[in-house]
Design a protein around this ligand. Structure first.
Ligand code: C5P
Length: 224
């Protein structure tokens, strides 16, 4: 059976990550959360600088940036490590969410992370979610999906997710953050968020989680 690349892009908070993770599990593929890599880079910069504009600082900082994924032996979940430290919880904080789209606009940051993502997927058999996976990272991906959902549905889902992780965040703050990230991600000069012409669009507003996963797995099975 041939191994393919499945690229899942879309707006913030559409449930891309949890869907991609479940699809990967069903197919026995590796799941790669490219957003976690941008979040880890953002945390790295927050730790080092208050303002990030000097290209020399950016390059120097990128040279000392190492993002890895390791499985948590207790939960079986994949977690993100920044320079050897588990940052899974920190990268999901509102502080990082509020700065990540600014960091993701930087050309040097994208160049470095896109190259790391291409290496991670070079043997195929991966499901990768993000904003530019089907357009820039793997334009030749065998299956491309573009996920959307209406803003209030996305915000409520995100609030529930944060609550499950012990973070109580006001719904309006989440709505503002999601729409601001969508705006920056879709209008930036470097690889803006857009649907690849050959991507299948799935609106998840009225779908439940299992339906989303089944729909994408069925599409994948047609390509394998
Ligand atoms: O997927 P997630 O919402 O965790 O991504 C966080 C942010 O990382 C996005 O809002 C976007 O600014 C950036 N990102 C990106 N390109 C990707 C994945 C994420 O620019 N491939």
């Amino acid at each position: 059976m041939r191994k393919i690349v499945i690229a899942i892009d879309g707006y913030s908070g559409c449930g891309k990550s949890s869907t991609a993770k479940a699809v990967a599990k069903k197919l026995g593929y590796t799941y790669i959360d490219s957003g976690a890599m941008y979040r880890a880079a953002t945390l790295h910069f927050i730790n080092k600088f208050t303002v990030l504009t000097n290209p020399k600082d950016i390059q120097q900082s990128l040279d000392s940036l190492e993002v890895e994924f390791h499985k948590n032996e207790d939960t079986g979940e994949q977690e993100t490590y920044l320079n050897g430290l588990n940052v899974e919880k920190k990268i999901r904080s509102m502080e990082v969410s509020e700065r990540v789209s600014e960091v993701s606009k930087i050309k040097e940051v994208r160049k470095e992370l896109v190259s790391q993502q291409q290496k991670l997927g070079k043997h195929r058999g991966v499901v990768m979610d993000g904003r530019d996976i089907g357009t820039v990272v793997f334009p030749e991906a065998e299956l491309k999906v573009f996920m959307t959902a209406n803003l209030s549905v996305r915000a409520e889902r995100r609030q529930k997710e944060l609550l499950e992780k012990g973070q109580m965040v006001d719904l309006n703050q989440i709505i503002q953050n999601l729409s601001e990230r969508d705006r920056i991600d879709s209008t930036r000069k470097e690889s803006p968020l857009k649907k690849a012409p050959d991507a299948f669009e799935i609106d998840t507003s009225l779908l439940d989680f299992e339906e989303q996963v089944c729909e994408i797995t069925a599409l994948a099975n047609r390509k394998i």
